[in-house]
Design a protein around this ligand. Structure first.
Ligand SMILES: NC(=O)C1=CN([C@@H]2O[C@H](COP(=O)(O)OP(=O)(O)OC[C@H]3O[C@@H](n4cnc5c(N)ncnc54)[C@H](OP(=O)(O)O)[C@@H]3O)[C@@H](O)[C@H]2O)C=CC1
Ligand SMILES: O=C(CO)COP(=O)(O)O
Length: 347
Protein backbone atom coordinates (compact mmCIF):
# COMPACT_ATOMS: atom_id res chain seq x y z
CA UNK A 1 0.00 0.00 0.00
CA UNK A 2 1.42 3.39 -0.98
CA UNK A 3 -0.70 6.50 -1.15
CA UNK A 4 -2.82 4.37 -3.46
CA UNK A 5 -4.60 1.15 -2.62
CA UNK A 6 -2.88 -2.12 -3.58
CA UNK A 7 -4.82 -2.32 -6.87
CA UNK A 8 -3.77 1.31 -7.52
CA UNK A 9 -7.32 2.31 -8.47
CA UNK A 10 -8.87 3.64 -5.25
CA UNK A 11 -7.20 6.47 -3.39
CA UNK A 12 -6.01 5.68 0.11
CA UNK A 13 -8.73 6.16 2.75
CA UNK A 14 -8.11 6.40 6.47
CA UNK A 15 -10.54 6.59 9.38
CA UNK A 16 -9.40 8.60 12.42
CA UNK A 17 -11.27 7.60 15.57
CA UNK A 18 -11.43 10.41 18.13
CA UNK A 19 -12.13 14.09 17.44
CA UNK A 20 -10.09 15.61 20.26
CA UNK A 21 -7.03 17.76 19.57
CA UNK A 22 -4.69 14.96 18.48
CA UNK A 23 -7.23 13.06 16.33
CA UNK A 24 -8.18 16.33 14.64
CA UNK A 25 -4.54 17.31 14.02
CA UNK A 26 -3.71 13.90 12.54
CA UNK A 27 -6.83 13.95 10.35
CA UNK A 28 -5.94 17.43 9.06
CA UNK A 29 -2.37 16.25 8.44
CA UNK A 30 -3.46 13.19 6.46
CA UNK A 31 -5.99 15.04 4.35
CA UNK A 32 -3.42 17.72 3.54
CA UNK A 33 -1.27 14.90 2.19
CA UNK A 34 -4.01 13.84 -0.19
CA UNK A 35 -5.47 11.00 1.89
CA UNK A 36 -9.27 10.74 1.93
CA UNK A 37 -9.82 10.95 5.68
CA UNK A 38 -12.90 10.53 7.85
CA UNK A 39 -12.71 11.84 11.41
CA UNK A 40 -15.08 10.22 13.91
CA UNK A 41 -16.42 12.03 16.98
CA UNK A 42 -18.68 10.36 19.53
CA UNK A 43 -21.10 13.26 20.15
CA UNK A 44 -23.34 14.07 17.21
CA UNK A 45 -23.86 17.74 18.27
CA UNK A 46 -20.08 18.26 18.26
CA UNK A 47 -19.73 16.50 14.91
CA UNK A 48 -22.48 18.72 13.42
CA UNK A 49 -20.52 21.79 14.52
CA UNK A 50 -17.34 20.41 12.95
CA UNK A 51 -19.20 19.77 9.69
CA UNK A 52 -20.75 23.25 9.65
CA UNK A 53 -17.72 25.23 10.81
CA UNK A 54 -15.07 23.10 9.02
CA UNK A 55 -12.92 23.63 12.10
CA UNK A 56 -12.65 22.08 15.58
CA UNK A 57 -13.14 25.25 17.60
CA UNK A 58 -13.28 23.34 20.88
CA UNK A 59 -10.07 21.30 20.58
CA UNK A 60 -8.00 22.80 17.75
CA UNK A 61 -9.20 26.34 17.02
CA UNK A 62 -7.90 28.25 14.02
CA UNK A 63 -7.18 25.21 11.82
CA UNK A 64 -9.48 24.94 8.79
CA UNK A 65 -10.31 21.44 7.59
CA UNK A 66 -8.92 20.59 4.13
CA UNK A 67 -11.48 19.60 1.53
CA UNK A 68 -10.59 15.91 1.69
CA UNK A 69 -11.51 15.71 5.39
CA UNK A 70 -14.96 14.33 6.19
CA UNK A 71 -16.40 14.24 9.70
CA UNK A 72 -18.87 11.67 10.96
CA UNK A 73 -20.55 10.52 14.16
CA UNK A 74 -21.22 7.10 12.61
CA UNK A 75 -18.57 4.54 13.48
CA UNK A 76 -19.87 2.26 10.74
CA UNK A 77 -19.45 4.96 8.08
CA UNK A 78 -16.02 5.95 9.42
CA UNK A 79 -14.55 2.46 9.29
CA UNK A 80 -16.14 1.42 6.03
CA UNK A 81 -13.83 1.01 2.99
CA UNK A 82 -10.75 2.23 4.88
CA UNK A 83 -7.29 0.69 4.53
CA UNK A 84 -6.04 2.14 7.82
CA UNK A 85 -7.81 2.99 11.09
CA UNK A 86 -6.02 5.45 13.34
CA UNK A 87 -7.25 5.26 16.94
CA UNK A 88 -6.90 8.43 19.02
CA UNK A 89 -9.49 8.30 21.80
CA UNK A 90 -8.35 8.76 25.42
CA UNK A 91 -7.16 5.50 26.99
CA UNK A 92 -10.06 5.19 29.44
CA UNK A 93 -12.56 4.86 26.56
CA UNK A 94 -10.29 2.92 24.20
CA UNK A 95 -11.53 -0.60 25.03
CA UNK A 96 -15.21 0.31 24.66
CA UNK A 97 -14.55 2.15 21.40
CA UNK A 98 -12.48 -0.61 19.85
CA UNK A 99 -14.86 -3.33 21.02
CA UNK A 100 -17.67 -1.47 19.18
CA UNK A 101 -15.49 -1.23 16.06
CA UNK A 102 -14.59 -4.91 16.17
CA UNK A 103 -18.25 -5.92 16.37
CA UNK A 104 -19.00 -3.76 13.35
CA UNK A 105 -16.15 -5.42 11.44
CA UNK A 106 -17.15 -8.96 12.40
CA UNK A 107 -17.99 -11.12 9.40
CA UNK A 108 -17.11 -8.35 6.89
CA UNK A 109 -14.74 -9.01 3.97
CA UNK A 110 -13.57 -5.48 3.20
CA UNK A 111 -11.89 -4.55 6.50
CA UNK A 112 -8.93 -2.24 7.27
CA UNK A 113 -5.49 -3.79 6.89
CA UNK A 114 -3.78 -1.68 9.58
CA UNK A 115 -4.83 -0.48 13.05
CA UNK A 116 -2.66 2.36 14.36
CA UNK A 117 -2.91 3.64 17.93
CA UNK A 118 -1.86 7.24 18.63
CA UNK A 119 -3.22 7.19 22.19
CA UNK A 120 -0.73 7.73 25.04
CA UNK A 121 -1.93 5.74 28.00
CA UNK A 122 -2.50 2.28 29.41
CA UNK A 123 -5.75 0.67 30.51
CA UNK A 124 -6.11 1.61 34.14
CA UNK A 125 -7.51 -1.60 35.57
CA UNK A 126 -5.33 -4.08 33.62
CA UNK A 127 -2.26 -2.07 32.57
CA UNK A 128 -2.89 -3.37 29.03
CA UNK A 129 -1.43 -1.22 26.28
CA UNK A 130 -3.75 0.01 23.53
CA UNK A 131 -2.28 -2.35 20.92
CA UNK A 132 -2.89 -5.29 23.28
CA UNK A 133 -6.55 -4.26 23.40
CA UNK A 134 -6.70 -4.03 19.60
CA UNK A 135 -5.02 -7.42 19.23
CA UNK A 136 -7.48 -8.97 21.70
CA UNK A 137 -10.60 -7.86 19.81
CA UNK A 138 -9.21 -8.57 16.34
CA UNK A 139 -8.59 -12.15 17.50
CA UNK A 140 -12.00 -12.37 19.15
CA UNK A 141 -13.86 -11.41 15.95
CA UNK A 142 -11.35 -13.30 13.76
CA UNK A 143 -10.38 -10.27 11.69
CA UNK A 144 -6.91 -10.19 10.15
CA UNK A 145 -4.94 -6.97 10.41
CA UNK A 146 -1.65 -5.62 11.66
CA UNK A 147 -1.23 -3.34 14.60
CA UNK A 148 1.00 -0.28 15.00
CA UNK A 149 1.66 2.65 17.30
CA UNK A 150 2.49 6.31 16.64
CA UNK A 151 4.41 8.13 19.36
CA UNK A 152 6.90 10.92 19.98
CA UNK A 153 7.11 14.62 20.87
CA UNK A 154 4.17 16.12 18.99
CA UNK A 155 1.86 18.77 20.39
CA UNK A 156 -1.29 18.70 18.25
CA UNK A 157 -1.29 22.47 17.89
CA UNK A 158 2.25 22.55 16.44
CA UNK A 159 1.61 19.66 14.03
CA UNK A 160 -1.55 21.40 12.80
CA UNK A 161 0.51 24.56 12.21
CA UNK A 162 3.00 22.47 10.19
CA UNK A 163 5.88 23.24 12.53
CA UNK A 164 8.77 20.74 12.21
CA UNK A 165 8.09 17.56 14.19
CA UNK A 166 9.70 14.09 14.34
CA UNK A 167 7.88 11.02 15.60
CA UNK A 168 8.19 7.23 15.56
CA UNK A 169 5.80 4.65 14.15
CA UNK A 170 6.31 1.14 15.47
CA UNK A 171 5.00 -2.22 14.39
CA UNK A 172 6.19 -5.78 14.83
CA UNK A 173 5.54 -6.07 11.10
CA UNK A 174 8.35 -4.13 9.37
CA UNK A 175 6.29 -3.67 6.16
CA UNK A 176 3.44 -2.11 8.11
CA UNK A 177 5.81 0.35 9.82
CA UNK A 178 7.28 1.31 6.44
CA UNK A 179 3.86 1.73 4.81
CA UNK A 180 2.75 4.04 7.61
CA UNK A 181 6.06 5.91 7.48
CA UNK A 182 5.44 6.67 3.80
CA UNK A 183 1.84 7.72 4.44
CA UNK A 184 2.51 10.11 7.34
CA UNK A 185 5.96 11.47 6.45
CA UNK A 186 6.28 14.89 4.90
CA UNK A 187 8.74 17.80 4.99
CA UNK A 188 7.54 19.14 8.34
CA UNK A 189 6.61 15.74 9.83
CA UNK A 190 9.53 13.32 9.86
CA UNK A 191 8.68 9.71 10.64
CA UNK A 192 11.10 7.08 11.98
CA UNK A 193 10.19 3.41 12.30
CA UNK A 194 10.69 0.94 15.14
CA UNK A 195 9.74 -2.65 15.95
CA UNK A 196 9.56 -2.03 19.71
CA UNK A 197 5.81 -1.57 20.10
CA UNK A 198 5.73 -2.11 23.87
CA UNK A 199 8.64 0.31 24.38
CA UNK A 200 6.85 3.04 22.43
CA UNK A 201 3.61 2.54 24.30
CA UNK A 202 5.10 2.36 27.79
CA UNK A 203 7.36 5.37 27.29
CA UNK A 204 4.42 7.39 25.92
CA UNK A 205 2.18 6.50 28.86
CA UNK A 206 4.71 6.95 31.66
CA UNK A 207 6.18 10.26 30.45
CA UNK A 208 2.83 11.84 31.31
CA UNK A 209 3.42 11.11 35.02
CA UNK A 210 6.86 12.70 34.95
CA UNK A 211 5.40 15.71 33.09
CA UNK A 212 3.00 16.24 36.00
CA UNK A 213 5.97 15.94 38.38
CA UNK A 214 7.93 18.52 36.36
CA UNK A 215 4.96 20.87 36.58
CA UNK A 216 4.87 20.41 40.36
CA UNK A 217 8.59 21.14 40.50
CA UNK A 218 8.14 24.40 38.54
CA UNK A 219 4.96 25.29 40.43
CA UNK A 220 6.96 25.06 43.64
CA UNK A 221 9.54 27.41 42.11
CA UNK A 222 12.38 24.88 42.33
CA UNK A 223 14.27 26.12 39.27
CA UNK A 224 16.07 24.59 36.31
CA UNK A 225 18.47 22.27 38.18
CA UNK A 226 15.61 20.44 39.84
CA UNK A 227 13.66 20.05 36.57
CA UNK A 228 16.70 18.63 34.76
CA UNK A 229 17.27 16.14 37.60
CA UNK A 230 13.62 15.12 37.53
CA UNK A 231 13.65 14.50 33.77
CA UNK A 232 16.82 12.41 34.07
CA UNK A 233 15.71 10.31 37.05
CA UNK A 234 12.21 10.07 35.54
CA UNK A 235 13.72 8.51 32.43
CA UNK A 236 15.52 5.96 34.64
CA UNK A 237 12.21 4.95 36.22
CA UNK A 238 10.39 4.75 32.89
CA UNK A 239 13.18 2.62 31.43
CA UNK A 240 13.13 0.32 34.45
CA UNK A 241 9.46 -0.47 34.02
CA UNK A 242 9.71 -0.70 30.24
CA UNK A 243 12.55 -3.22 30.39
CA UNK A 244 10.60 -5.31 32.91
CA UNK A 245 7.81 -5.46 30.31
CA UNK A 246 10.16 -6.58 27.55
CA UNK A 247 10.91 -3.22 25.88
CA UNK A 248 14.28 -2.40 24.36
CA UNK A 249 16.40 0.07 26.36
CA UNK A 250 17.27 2.14 23.28
CA UNK A 251 13.62 3.08 22.74
CA UNK A 252 13.70 5.13 25.95
CA UNK A 253 16.49 7.31 24.57
CA UNK A 254 14.55 7.91 21.38
CA UNK A 255 11.75 10.26 20.34
CA UNK A 256 9.03 8.46 22.24
CA UNK A 257 11.13 8.29 25.41
CA UNK A 258 13.55 11.13 26.05
CA UNK A 259 12.06 13.21 23.21
CA UNK A 260 8.51 13.28 24.52
CA UNK A 261 9.68 13.49 28.12
CA UNK A 262 11.64 16.68 27.40
CA UNK A 263 8.74 18.13 25.41
CA UNK A 264 6.05 17.56 28.01
CA UNK A 265 8.24 18.39 31.03
CA UNK A 266 9.26 21.74 29.57
CA UNK A 267 6.57 22.72 27.03
CA UNK A 268 3.73 24.86 28.31
CA UNK A 269 1.29 23.31 25.82
CA UNK A 270 1.39 20.09 27.87
CA UNK A 271 -1.84 19.37 29.75
CA UNK A 272 -0.03 17.02 32.13
CA UNK A 273 2.58 19.66 32.96
CA UNK A 274 -0.28 22.15 33.49
CA UNK A 275 -1.86 19.82 36.08
CA UNK A 276 1.48 19.67 37.92
CA UNK A 277 2.00 23.43 37.81
CA UNK A 278 -1.39 23.98 39.40
CA UNK A 279 -0.70 21.33 42.06
CA UNK A 280 2.64 22.97 42.83
CA UNK A 281 0.87 26.31 43.30
CA UNK A 282 -1.29 24.65 45.97
CA UNK A 283 -4.48 23.93 44.00
CA UNK A 284 -6.48 20.72 44.57
CA UNK A 285 -6.54 18.04 41.89
CA UNK A 286 -10.37 17.94 41.84
CA UNK A 287 -10.52 21.69 41.13
CA UNK A 288 -7.76 21.54 38.51
CA UNK A 289 -9.52 18.75 36.58
CA UNK A 290 -12.89 20.50 36.86
CA UNK A 291 -11.42 23.50 35.05
CA UNK A 292 -9.92 21.45 32.20
CA UNK A 293 -11.83 20.39 29.09
CA UNK A 294 -8.94 18.27 27.77
CA UNK A 295 -7.54 14.99 28.98
CA UNK A 296 -4.39 14.71 31.16
CA UNK A 297 -3.68 10.99 30.80
CA UNK A 298 -0.95 11.02 33.48
CA UNK A 299 -3.43 11.46 36.35
CA UNK A 300 -5.01 8.02 35.83
CA UNK A 301 -1.71 6.44 34.74
CA UNK A 302 -0.18 7.48 38.08
CA UNK A 303 -2.62 5.23 39.95
CA UNK A 304 -2.36 2.26 37.59
CA UNK A 305 1.43 2.68 37.25
CA UNK A 306 1.89 2.80 41.01
CA UNK A 307 -0.15 -0.37 41.56
CA UNK A 308 1.58 -2.15 38.68
CA UNK A 309 5.10 -1.16 39.82
CA UNK A 310 4.31 -2.52 43.29
CA UNK A 311 3.01 -5.75 41.80
CA UNK A 312 6.21 -6.17 39.78
CA UNK A 313 8.45 -5.02 42.65
CA UNK A 314 9.97 -2.16 40.60
CA UNK A 315 11.39 0.83 42.44
CA UNK A 316 9.85 4.06 41.04
CA UNK A 317 10.25 6.77 43.69
CA UNK A 318 9.02 9.74 41.61
CA UNK A 319 5.96 7.78 40.56
CA UNK A 320 5.36 6.84 44.22
CA UNK A 321 5.45 10.49 45.33
CA UNK A 322 3.14 11.51 42.49
CA UNK A 323 0.72 8.81 43.68
CA UNK A 324 0.97 10.22 47.22
CA UNK A 325 0.20 13.74 45.95
CA UNK A 326 -2.64 12.77 43.61
CA UNK A 327 -4.29 9.94 45.53
CA UNK A 328 -3.26 10.45 49.17
CA UNK A 329 -3.44 14.24 49.32
CA UNK A 330 0.24 14.59 50.29
CA UNK A 331 1.57 18.13 50.31
CA UNK A 332 3.74 18.76 47.22
CA UNK A 333 6.67 20.27 49.16
CA UNK A 334 6.61 17.29 51.55
CA UNK A 335 6.65 14.90 48.59
CA UNK A 336 9.67 16.72 47.13
CA UNK A 337 11.42 16.50 50.51
CA UNK A 338 10.75 12.75 50.66
CA UNK A 339 12.45 12.35 47.27
CA UNK A 340 15.45 14.49 48.16
CA UNK A 341 16.11 12.76 51.50
CA UNK A 342 16.05 9.15 50.28
CA UNK A 343 19.01 6.85 51.01
CA UNK A 344 22.13 7.90 49.11
CA UNK A 345 23.00 5.80 46.04
CA UNK A 346 25.34 5.35 43.13
CA UNK A 347 23.85 6.80 39.92
N1 LIG B 1 -3.18 16.67 22.26
C1 LIG B 1 -1.93 16.34 21.95
O1 LIG B 1 -1.09 17.21 21.67
C2 LIG B 1 -1.55 14.91 21.91
C3 LIG B 1 -2.35 13.92 22.48
N2 LIG B 1 -1.96 12.62 22.45
C4 LIG B 1 -2.80 11.57 23.01
O2 LIG B 1 -3.98 11.42 22.22
C5 LIG B 1 -5.03 10.85 23.01
C6 LIG B 1 -6.28 11.67 22.80
O3 LIG B 1 -6.04 12.93 23.39
P1 LIG B 1 -6.48 14.34 22.79
O4 LIG B 1 -6.85 14.24 21.36
O5 LIG B 1 -5.43 15.30 23.17
O6 LIG B 1 -7.80 14.57 23.64
P2 LIG B 1 -8.54 15.93 24.01
O7 LIG B 1 -8.39 16.15 25.46
O8 LIG B 1 -8.15 17.01 23.08
O9 LIG B 1 -10.05 15.53 23.74
C7 LIG B 1 -10.61 14.37 24.29
C8 LIG B 1 -11.49 13.75 23.22
O10 LIG B 1 -11.99 12.51 23.68
C9 LIG B 1 -13.38 12.48 23.37
N3 LIG B 1 -14.11 11.52 24.18
C10 LIG B 1 -14.47 11.61 25.48
N4 LIG B 1 -15.18 10.52 25.84
C11 LIG B 1 -15.27 9.74 24.73
C12 LIG B 1 -15.89 8.50 24.46
N5 LIG B 1 -16.57 7.84 25.38
N6 LIG B 1 -15.76 7.99 23.22
C13 LIG B 1 -15.07 8.65 22.27
N7 LIG B 1 -14.48 9.83 22.46
C14 LIG B 1 -14.57 10.37 23.68
C15 LIG B 1 -13.80 13.92 23.60
O11 LIG B 1 -15.06 14.19 23.03
P3 LIG B 1 -16.13 15.21 23.72
O12 LIG B 1 -15.41 16.33 24.35
O13 LIG B 1 -16.95 15.61 22.57
O14 LIG B 1 -16.88 14.39 24.74
C16 LIG B 1 -12.68 14.63 22.89
O15 LIG B 1 -12.89 14.61 21.51
C17 LIG B 1 -4.51 10.86 24.46
O16 LIG B 1 -4.08 9.57 24.79
C18 LIG B 1 -3.33 11.83 24.43
O17 LIG B 1 -2.34 11.52 25.39
C19 LIG B 1 -0.80 12.25 21.84
C20 LIG B 1 0.03 13.18 21.25
C21 LIG B 1 -0.30 14.58 21.24
O1 LIG C 1 2.01 13.82 24.34
C1 LIG C 1 1.93 14.98 24.04
C2 LIG C 1 2.87 15.62 23.09
O2 LIG C 1 3.78 14.70 22.59
C3 LIG C 1 0.89 15.84 24.65
O3 LIG C 1 1.13 15.94 26.01
P1 LIG C 1 -0.02 16.38 27.00
O4 LIG C 1 -1.07 15.30 26.95
O5 LIG C 1 0.63 16.50 28.34
O6 LIG C 1 -0.55 17.68 26.52
Amino acid sequence: MTKKNSNDKDPLSIGVIGAGSWGTALAIHLSRLGVATTLWGHRSEHVKKLQQERENQKYLPGQRFPELLQVSSSLEETISAKQVLCLVVPSHVFRQTFQNISYLLKGKKDVPEIYLSATKGVENETFFTMTQIIDHYLKEVKIPGTVAVLSGPSFAKEVAKQLPTAITIGSRNADTAKILQRIFNTEYFRVYTSSDVVGLEISAALKNIIAIAAGVCDGLGFGNNARAALITRGLVEITRMGKALGAEEKTFYGLSGLGDLVLTCTGDLSRNRHVGLELGKGNKIEDILKNMSMVAEGVKTTLSGYLFARKLGISMPILEQMYNILYRGKNTAEAAKSLLTRDLKEE
